[in-house]
Design a protein. Structure first.
Length: 101
């Protein structure tokens, strides 16, 4: 049976990858790491920019994405929710481990 990620899991995957890249992440690297189609990635990046979870920065004529303070707060809140309840699994355990780093 095929597993479909939820929106929150996709946003979390994108944020965690961008967070792991100290100098920011290129969209192609995000695309490969998160295993999204180009159309879906574009949709999520736009949504996350509008929500101020990430920001788009031009450096050396290249576009990179960086996590914002609000993005860090979002990840922190997800971790807190995950600690509070075992009724729903907000984040799969592999993502929770990444949040603690």
């Amino acid at each position: 049976m095929r597993y479909t990620r939820t929106k929150i899991e996709i946003v979390c995957d994108i944020l965690l990858f961008i967070k792991s890249e100290e100098d920011g992440a290129k969209s192609t690297h995000i695309l490969y790491k998160t295993n999204l189609s180009p159309e879906l990635l574009k949709k999520y990046l736009s949504m996350m920019i509008c929500d101020e979870l990430i920001k788009k920065v031009e450096r050396d004529n290249k576009i990179i994405y960086k996590i914002t303070k609000k993005g860090f707060e979002f990840l922190k809140k997800l971790k807190e929710i995950d600690k509070m309840t075992h009724i729903i699994e907000v984040l799969p355990h592999n993502r929770v481990k990444l949040l603690t780093k």
